[in-house]
Each structure stands twice: as structure tokens, then as C-alpha cells.
Design a protein around this ligand. Structure first.
Ligand code: FES
Length: 151
């Protein structure tokens, strides 16, 4: 698996490549850490504060390490009608995290997304890309329990 340095070395040392570099590092690690900022800053000879400025301008970039399991709650039309907000509330009650947050153990992150493409199974969540549908509270808590036990 490539590391940040290898990824950077494939890009020309031109500040016009800054966003591309940030995108590639995020793809690699799931977020942009402080260490990444200083490596990127060194590589392009741009002050770290400028790199931070770009990061805060674009919502696509994440500064916090995501959890091991990313729970995507679908809030597309079909899921919304079938109680997506209830699903999100039950997850919050069980794991103590809201949309955009990661738990203290770094196990779960919660995000709300648009249609996951399985509307006939609404309401739906995805966990690291695996789909769970036709959820009610009991089914949902069972799924979460399985992931907690896997750790
Ligand atoms: S609206 Fe949720 S899967 Fe399509």
C-alpha cells in the first residue's frame, strides 16, 4: 500500500497540485492528519497555515480520523419516508454519536448520505459499504451489537 510520501512524489512540486495532493492523501488515509499537513507543506514549500486554509475552505476534507466502521444512514426519499431520522436517533442513543461524529474508541463514525441505491429495502444503512435494509429498532441494534463484538 502506498504511503503519503510515495503519493506526493508522483505529483509535480507545483502548488496547483495542492488540492489533488490533499484528495489523494485523504483517499489513502481517510482523513488529513497534522503530520500529513506538514509533509504536504514541506513538499510544496507552502506554509502549513496555507494548507490548513485550503482544508478548511473545502468541506470535502476531513481533519479527524474516521472510525473503523463508518455507518452511513440513508436519508434519500424512500428511506426518509420510512423513518431514516428514527434510525439515526436510535444509533445516537446506542452509540452516543451524531451525524459527522466518531465515538471515543474510534470504532464507529456516523454520516448521513443520499440514496444508497437499495430503496426497496428502505430504511437502509450501510456499514463500510455493506447494506442492511428493512430496519426496525430491534434489527438495527442487533447489527450494531455484531459490529461492537467484532471490535
Ligand atoms: S432512498 Fe435509501 S436506499 Fe434509496
Amino acid at each position: 500500500m502506498p504511503d503519503v510520501n510515495t503519493t506526493l512524489r508522483e505529483l509535480e512540486k507545483d502548488r496547483s497540485n495542492l488540492i489533488k495532493a490533499l484528495q489523494q492523501v485523504q483517499e489513502l488515509e481517510g482523513y488529513i492528519s497534522d503530520t500529513d499537513i506538514s509533509e504536504i507543506s514541506d513538499y510544496f514549500s507552502i506554509p502549513p497555515v496555507e494548507v490548513e486554509g485550503v482544508l478548511s475552505f473545502y468541506a470535502q476534507f476531513k481533519r479527524e480520523k474516521p472510525g473503523k466502521y463508518i455507518i452511513s444512514v440513508c436519508d434519500g426519499t424512500a428511506c426518509h419516508i420510512k423513518g431514516a431520522s428514527l434510525i439515526a436517533n436510535w444509533i445516537t442513543d446506542d452509540l452516543g454519536i451524531k451525524d459527522g461524529e466518531t465515538d471515543e474508541e474510534g470504532l464507529f463514525s456516523l454520516v448521513t448520505v443520499a440514496c444508497l441505491g437499495c430503496c426497496s429495502l428502505a430504511p437502509v444503512i450501510g456499514i463500510n459499504g455493506k447494506i442492511f435494509g428493512n430496519l426496525d429498532r430491534k434489527k438495527l441494534l442487533k447489527v450494531l451489537k455484531q459490529y461492537k463484538q467484532m471490535g
